[in-house]
Design a protein around this ligand. Structure first.
Ligand SMILES: [Zn+2]
Length: 85
């Protein structure tokens, strides 16, 4: 095989192996990612592709920011006082 082609081929493999994910995969994982990130576990290796993707993809980043806002207000607001029980 032509060495240049071979290299190109290898790069393609590495690009996918390094955890490139599609938008739909990213969106599937976003909720988990946000949750774990807020728990301080956002560096978990299975979530790194998500992190990488939202860094590169504006659409997913916006979705991520929305989810994060929601999750944050959820946590901060917590349950309102429930004294009716
Ligand atoms: Zn995306």
């Amino acid at each position: 095989m032509d060495p240049i082609k071979f290299r190109h081929w290898l790069e393609q493999i590495y690009a996918t192996e390094a955890g490139e994910i599609s938008c739909s995969e990213c969106l599937d994982l976003l909720a988990v990612y946000v949750d774990l990130e807020l728990d301080g576990a956002g560096e978990e290796s299975r979530l790194l592709p998500v992190k990488k993707h939202i860094y590169q993809c504006k659409v997913c980043r916006e979705e991520y920011e929305l989810l994060r806002e929601l999750a944050l207000s959820d946590r901060q607001g917590g349950l309102p006082r429930d004294e009716t029980g």
